[in-house]
Every structure is written in structure tokens, then in C-alpha cells.
Design a protein around this ligand. Structure first.
Ligand code: SF4
Length: 436
């Protein structure tokens, strides 16, 4: 049987798809790259915003039609949507629903569905995913590694603690075994993943931390760069900052969602810091790592957000000057505290206006910050080719760089000189190729 995965949402879902693909491949299924070739489709879903939920529902509608025409045998749902609306999805016509902490059971669930059983499986089997679990990696030079599952923070707008459960760290030695295998397979860059990646190790109560893990991973000679995503402001320790500053393989990049520049809104969101605490953190990181890149997320139009709150966010963004900013319009998620107790009272037009204002501001900041790169030489790891025959990759600060050069392969490290900057990617030409 040929299985096609369609993956929505964050890098953790991508990593889960890699693991489910590996398990199915090992059990004799074929993993195919397109819907046309598939007998079975599994949607690995995301419900973090209404838009992402609508997207997979619309895809599901199309898939049901294909199944009716006999072009598909089975349709399954995995990811956060499974935990949120399993019953509804089965009623609508899905053949099986697999929870976001149940991916180790994908093969057993699929086999039952093939035998005609309509099945929902939401048990927490997350501990059985370890370094020995098979994985079908989508990249040859870079690997996602989930190091902590779930989240304990309960921000009032967020559905993740309900769909992905509480924090559970993987043992450090098991992650190291996974890296050993990756090195053997030729991987040069790794990204440690967690909803709250810097909380890694706390629940293990043995001194394990993200800082220790980065140090241990950097001992592998073949590992060139180590990234980590996503950080929660109050979980970033001095030890982590020190490790990133000292360790040449640790990416000089922190993604730290702030969500709002208004203390009143931060409190309503149950974010456990004030804007001043966030600013102090940024200053601390920049003092210790002057060339660091700090990026963030902001939600626009949270319930009761006034013009004054929004203007505070504008001023905050001007003060911090993020290297990258992901902006999202607030949408209530059923089951969250905000959707239950706070009225979604900022009009759609006003949300769009505030979003555009922030987008425009961030574009200006990006343009200005990127100009500092003009004439500089930086080391880039090649990630692929553009349509017009150039290469693209990123430097250790997470800057996307498009460049020309001699024949290169994905994973090669090259030194490039920046000759043009934009608000988006930087343009460069390669100086020389370094043998890795
Ligand atoms: S920290 Fe907040 S926003 Fe992030 S996953 Fe946890 S609850 Fe959601």
C-alpha cells in the first residue's frame, strides 16, 4: 500500500511525519511523494490557528470526494487536529484518527483501518519514540530532533497544551544516540525542537539542560551547526546564553516569541513576563553575544487590545529591532481560556490594519538591519538551488543568502561575499569552497 503524508504547521509536525514515514516504511508500506500515487492519505494536522484548521478541513473535503470516486482507499488524520476533534473527523468520514502523542502506533492503527475498522487512537505512547525508532529524513544534511514534548505554560489563547499534553523530556543519552546515527548518515546541521525548548531537562531532575545537550552535541566533529526552537522568555538561562556565546557550533540565533508589547495584554495572555523583563533579557543576550539574531512572534488583535496597547507593541518592536517577526491575527481556539472568557472584540478590518502596520514597520527594520551585511563575508551552508540556477543557504545567524558559485552540493559550506541586500534575502557570490 502506498501512503502519502500531507503535513501542516510547525517543525514538530514535520519531524513527526518523518518518524511515522520511517515506521510505515519499515513495516512494508511505501511512502510516496504525491497524492496521485497514493492509496492512503494521512493529514498531519495543525490547529494552532483557525486558518490552519480551515485549511486541512478544506483538503479533507477534496479527499472525501476522491475516495468516493474510488481513487483513494483510506484517509487518516494525525497531529493536533486529532486530539481536538477526533469524533467529528470520524463522523465526517475519516477512516482513522491518530493522536499527536500516539505516532509510534501508526502502523498498527493503519493495519486495523485496512481491515475495515474505524479507529481512533489517542493513547500517550510518546516514550516509545526514541533513537532506535526508524525515521525517513527529508533532508540529507539537516535533521529536526524533538527533545521535549508538550507544554506546561497554558497561554490563554493556545490550544497546544491540550493537544500535545504536558512537558516530557527525552533522556539526553538517547538524543546523543540519535545524533550518532545522524552523523553516520552524513547530517551536518541539527535543530533541537520543543514547544518550549529551553525547558528541556527540567522534568528529568538530573541536571540535564539544553545547554548541556548543545555542549554534548557539539563534540561530534561532523556536526557543524546546532539550532534550537522555540524559546520561552523566562526559561532562557544564563548558562544557555553562555553556552551559545562560547560554543562556535551553536547558532547565534534565538527565536523568542513576545506576543505583545503591552503588559496588560501579556497578562491577559498569561505570558509570565512583562515587556521590561523581555527587554532586559534581550539586552543580556546581546551584551554577551553581540552578533546574535533575535526573532519573535506577535499576535495582533487579541481580545480587548486597544489602540494604545497596539501602539505599545509598535514602540516595542522599534526598540528591540527583531531580525525576523512572525505576525498572526488573533483567532479564538475552542477549548482555550481566551475563547471561553474573552470576547473577540477587535474587528477584522482593524486587525488587518494593525497587522499591515507592523508588517510595514518590520520590513523597514529588516531593510536597515540587512544593510549592515553589505560587503561582508559570511559562511553559508548550502540548502538547495533557486529556480534560476543560484544557490541558497543560511549563515549561523539564520540569514537566508542567495548566491552564485562553482559546482556545490547541499551541505557544502562556502564563504560568500554579500553584494546586495533587501528586506528579505541577501545576495552574494561565493569566495571559496571549504571541504567538510
Ligand atoms: S508557551 Fe504558550 S504559546 Fe507556546 S506552546 Fe505553550 S501554551 Fe502555547
Amino acid at each position: 500500500m502506498r501512503v502519502f503524508f500531507k503535513t501542516y504547521g510547525c517543525q514538530m509536525n514535520i519531524n513527526d511525519t518523518e518518524i511515522m514515514s520511517g515506521i510505515l516504511l519499515q513495516d512494508g508500506f511505501d511512502i510516496v511523494n504525491s497524492l496521485d500515487e497514493a492509496d492512503i492519505v494521512i493529514l498531519n494536522t495543525c490547529v494552532v490557528r483557525q486558518k490552519s484548521q480551515d485549511k486541512y478541513h478544506s483538503e479533507l473535503g477534496q479527499l472525501f470526494k476522491l475516495k468516493k470516486k474510488g481513487k483513494l482507499k483510506l484517509i487518516g488524520i494525525a497531529g493536533c487536529g486529532s486530539n481536538l476533534e477526533a469524533e467529528k473527523l470520524l463522523e465526517q468520514g475519516a477512516d482513522f484518527v491518530l493522536g499527536s502523542r500516539s505516532i509510534s502506533e501508526v502502523s498498527n492503527v493503519l493495519k486495523k483501518a485496512i481491515s475495515g475498522e474505524k479507529i481512533t487512537y489517542l493513547e500517550d505512547t510518546v516514550c516509545s519514540i526514541d533513537s532506535s525508532s526508524p525515521r525517513l529524513r527529508f533532508s540529507r544534511h539537516h535533521a529536526w530532533i524533538t527533545i521535549i514534548h508538550g507544554c506546561n505554560k497554558f497561554c490563554t489563547y493556545c490550544i497546544v497544551p491540550y493537544t500535545r499534553g504536558r512537558e516530557k523530556s527525552r533522556p539526553l543519552q538517547d538524543i546523543i544516540r540519535e545524533i550518532e546515527r545522524l552523523v553516520h548518515d552524513g547530517v551536518k546541521e541539527i535543530t533541537f525542537l520543543g514547544q518550549n525548548v529551553d525547558a528541556y531537562g527540567k522534568d528529568l531532575n538530573d541536571g540535564t539542560s539544553l545547554a548541556r545537550l548543545i555542549e554534548a552535541a557539539s563534540n561530534f566533529e561532523k556536526i557543524e551547526r546546532i539550532w534550537f526552537l522555540t524559546s520561552y522568555p523566562t526559561e532562557i538561562t544564563d548558562d544557555l546564553i553562555e553556552t551559545v556565546a562560547r560554543n562556535p557550533k551553536a547558532a547565534k540565533s534565538f527565536h523568542i516569541p513576545v506576543q505583545s508589547g503591552s503588559d496588560r495584554i501579556l497578562k491577559l495572555m498569561n505570558r509570565r513576563y512583562t515587556k521590561n523583563q523581555y527587554l532586559q533579557l534581550v539586552e543580556k543576550i546581546r551584551t554577551r553575544i553581540p552578533d546574535v539574531s533575535i526573532s519573535s512572534d506577535i499576535i495582533v488583535g487579541f481580545p480587548s487590545e486597544t489602540l494604545e496597547d497596539h501602539n505599545e507593541t509598535i514602540e516595542f518592536v522599534k526598540t528591540v529591532e527583531f531580525e525576523r517577526l512572525n505576525l498572526a491575527v488573533y483567532s479564538p481556539r475552542d477549548g482555550t481560556v481566551a475563547s471561553k472568557y474573552l470576547r473577540d472584540d477587535v474587528s477584522r478590518q482593524e486587525k488587518a490594519r494593525r497587522l499591515n502596520e507592523l508588517l510595514e514597520l518590520q520590513k523597514q527594520i529588516n531593510r536597515r538591519l540587512n544593510e549592515r551585511y553589505l560587503g561582508c563575508t559570511v559562511e553559508v551552508i548550502v540548502e538547495g538551488n533557486t529556480k534560476n540556477g543560484l544557490y541558497y543557504g543560511r549563515d549561523i545567524r539564520n540569514k537566508i543568502i542567495i548566491f552564485s558559485g562553482e559546482t556545490l552540493s547541499v551541505g557544502d559550506k562556502v564563504t560568500v561575499k554579500i553584494f546586495q541586500t533587501t528586506a528579505g534575502p541577501l545576495y552574494a557570490e561565493s569566495q571559496k569552497k571549504c571541504g567538510l
